[in-house]
Structures are given as structure tokens and as C-alpha cells.
Design a protein around this ligand. Structure first.
Ligand SMILES: Cc1ncc(COP(=O)(O)O)c(C=O)c1O
Length: 383
């Protein structure tokens, strides 16, 4: 991308005017076209009363197409959902569990990828891996598998350490074993260029409000078309069916053939209008370019943090991390440092007493340099 092109994309993000915004692991910032699309829809509804259904449905289908392109899958494998959790809940509710089944989960996963399994599947034995083990390779998963393993749920990118699990190797290993693979892609989708089509993963779910740069309350669920016919949709509703019109309400309609059957009722049109625009931006930049910029910025960040004596817990290998860099220094009051950075308009997160720093493609090297210049020098104790 040329500097002019980058400057053009940066202009779409008003947050860049006031902040050095490095907090995409918490919230993506909303670009102007995202805001305009949502506002336009809301204003139109308010002026005309009726929802513009034909237009709104066309936007949904266009957005579905874009989500599919971003993930390298078919558009009939994409459902819009309200958040990451909905994806996990739909996945486990749609699998036919059997007596004696076990599933592999991450002990330190973000709770999206533990609570539904613990509370909705108490009868299923859980076998645990950690992100630290996954950082070393996928063998920790393989050794837990036996013939009763029905599923595994992995955070693609860990919310704290930033460890990116080797889901490609995991999927390859499990492909012949009929184990359902569920991937929480919230911290990876939109930051990493990954095609999911050929991997053999069954479910991928991600909210739209972080790296996808969309609004909160929007999200994407990918369901592999190869397993779709074997699932019993957990959330089957009236809009899981194919309606030509709503004149004849009582004749039973057939279920939609694709993953849109998981869109059980009225959609979050506002969210999808916005998400479609943020997907468009990512596709316009190109996911390989987005990922390359995220990689370059995180590498620079790591280098500067280490020069300042910070311990970086995120793996060095670019294949084993995405856009999150998490770091701390034992001699520094991290909460005080975080507060001071915020006062100076440097926005990141404080997690488990560490700074979690998460740049996106539209951040610049100069912003990383300024952020790191605001950190205490190597031998400067405290804050
Ligand atoms: C890995 C991961 N998954 C999911 C979520 C959020 O889940 P949901 O979209 O259901 O709120 C987060 C953070 O908010 C996360 O870091």
C-alpha cells in the first residue's frame, strides 16, 4: 500500500484525529462509511415507518458475500449472529451429543468459549489445554483425543497472551476422526489472512466489534457445508424457513438450505448495514495487506517494548500471534502507567496487570514510536 493509500484509509477513521488508538482487541473503531450506513438506515426507517425490507435483505446478502470472501468460504456457509457467544451456543446446541462424549476446551479461554460448555453441557467430560501449551504446538490437543472425543473448542487467538493456535494442524489431525472443531475467531478475524474453506473446521464464530471494525451486537458464524445436513439447528425459528412473501403465514415453509437457517428471526439490520461497510473496507485494503501491516506494526512494537525492558508474553513467531502484543515490567506500576497513557490519549487495555496493545492496519509506525516513547525508559523505575 502506498503512503497516499494508507492516508486515504486513515481518513476514514475519525478516532485517529484524537487518539493513538491501539485497542482493537477490545473495540474496533467505527469508520465513517460504517456510521453513515447505519445512520442512513435508521433515518430512513424513522422517516418512512416501514423497514425497507428488499433493500435491507439485499444488504444482508451482500454482507454475507463479503464475509464469505474475507473468510475464504462459500456465502451459504455464513450466518449473521449477534455475537461470538451466539455462535458457540448454536454450535454446541446443534451437535448430536452422545452418552460418554468428551470435548477438549481451553482452561484459560475467554469465557465465551467455556461458559456455554460448562453450563449447557455438564454431562460432557471436559479435557483441558492452555494457551501456553498451544503456543508450543498442537500436540497438547492430540494427546487428549480418544474415540469418545466429539468436539473441541479453541480460541484462535488468545485474548490475553495473543497466542495464535495452529488451527490448521489441529484440523488436519482431526479431519479423519469426525471430531467437531469449534473456533472462536474473535481476536483473529480481520487481523489475520486465513482461508477457512479447505481446513475441515466445522464452526467459526466472531463478533463484529473488534478486528472486523464493525458495530457491537453484530457477528458472523461460519458453518461448514459438509456438516450442515448432520446438524439439528439449536435455534430453529420461523425465519430459518424460506418465505416468498408473508401473505400466507400458515402454510409450513421449508427450511433454508444453507447456514442462514441459523438466523432464526428478525435480523439486526442496523448492525449488518454497519458490518457490511467495515468488511468492505477490509476487502478494499485486502486481507493480505491488512495482515502484513498488523504483523509489521506488532513486530515494531515488540522490538521497542523489549528495548524498554518490558517482558512480552506474546510469542515471537508471526505464525503464532496476530494483532495482540501483551507486555509488562515488574518494576513498573502497570495500572498507573495505563492511566497515564490514557490521559495522554494512548489507548490500549490493562489486562491481568499487563498492557494489551492491539494495532490495526490503519495505525502507523509513527504512532507506535510515539506510544513507546511515552513508556518509561529501561532504567527508569516506577511511573
Ligand atoms: C476471544 C474472545 N471471544 C469472544 C469475546 C466476546 O464474546 P461476545 O462477542 O460473545 O461478547 C471476546 C472479548 O470480548 C474475546 O476476546
Amino acid at each position: 500500500m502506498t503512503p497516499e493509500q494508507l492516508a486515504g484509509f486513515r481518513k476514514l477513521f475519525p478516532v485517529t484525529q484524537r487518539y493513538v488508538y491501539l485497542n482493537h482487541a477490545s473495540n474496533g473503531s467505527l469508520a465513517l462509511p460504517v456510521v453513515a450506513a447505519m445512520n442512513g438506515y435508521i433515518e430512513r426507517c424513522s422517516r418512512h415507518g416501514e423497514v425497507p425490507y428488499p433493500e435491507a435483505e439485499a444488504v444482508v446478502e451482500d454482507g454475507r458475500e463479503m464475509a464469505a470472501r474475507l473468510m475464504g468460504v462459500r456465502s451459504d456457509e455464513i450466518a449473521f449472529v449477534k455475537n461470538t457467544s451466539a455462535g458457540a451456543i448454536i454450535a454446541i446446541g446443534s451437535i448430536e451429543w452422545q452418552h460418554g462424549d468428551n470435548m477438549i476446551v481451553m482452561r484459560d479461554a475467554f469465557p465465551t468459549n467455556t461458559y456455554p460448555f460448562d453450563y449447557l453441557l455438564p454431562q460432557v467430560e471436559k479435557r483441558y489445554v492452555t494457551s501456553v501449551e498451544l503456543a508450543k504446538g498442537p500436540e497438547c490437543v492430540f494427546k487428549l483425543i480418544d474415540r469418545h472425543t466429539r468436539a473441541m473448542a479453541i480460541d484462535w487467538v488468545h485474548f490475553l497472551s495473543g497466542v495464535r493456535a495452529d488451527i490448521i494442524a489441529i484440523a488436519a489431525h482431526c479431519r479423519t476422526r469426525a471430531i467437531h472443531i469449534l473456533v472462536d475467531a474473535m481476536q483473529g478475524l480481520g487481523a489475520v489472512n486465513q482461508g477457512f474453506g479447505e481446513l475441515g473446521i466445522d464452526f467459526v464464530y466472531a463478533g463484529g466489534g473488534k478486528w472486523l471494525l464493525g458495530p457491537q451486537g453484530s457477528g458472523i458464524l461460519y458453518v461448514n457445508s459438509a456438516i450442515l445436513p448432520k446438524l439439528r439447528p439449536a435455534n430453529l425459528g420461523w425465519l430459518s424457513a424460506k418465505w416468498d412473501d408473508f401473505n400466507d403465514i400458515y402454510t409450513r415453509k421449508p427450511m433454508k438450505p444453507g447456514a442462514s437457517r441459523f438466523e432464526e428471526g428478525t435480523k439486526n439490520y442496523i448492525g449488518i448495514y454497519g458490518l457490511r461497510e467495515s468488511l468492505r473496507i477490509l476487502l478494499d485494503v485486502g486481507m493480505s495487506e491488512v495482515a502484513a501491516r498488523v504483523r509489521m506494526l506488532t513486530q515494531l512494537l515488540r522490538q521497542r517494548l523489549e528495548q524498554k525492558g518490558f517482558e512480552v508474553m506474546t510469542p515471537v513467531d508471526p505464525q503464532r500471534h496476530a494483532g495482540i502484543i501483551t507486555a509488562s515490567r515488574p518494576d513498573v506500576d502497570m495500572a498507573a502507567l495505563f492511566a497515564r497513557l490514557k490521559e495522554q490519549s494512548f489507548i490500549c487495555s490493562l489486562r491481568e496487570n499487563r498492557l494489551r496493545i492491539a494495532p490495526h492496519f490503519y495505525n502507523t509506525e509513527e504512532e507506535i514510536e510515539r506510544f513507546c516513547a511515552a513508556l518509561p525508559a529501561k532504567d527508569e523505575p516506577g511511573v
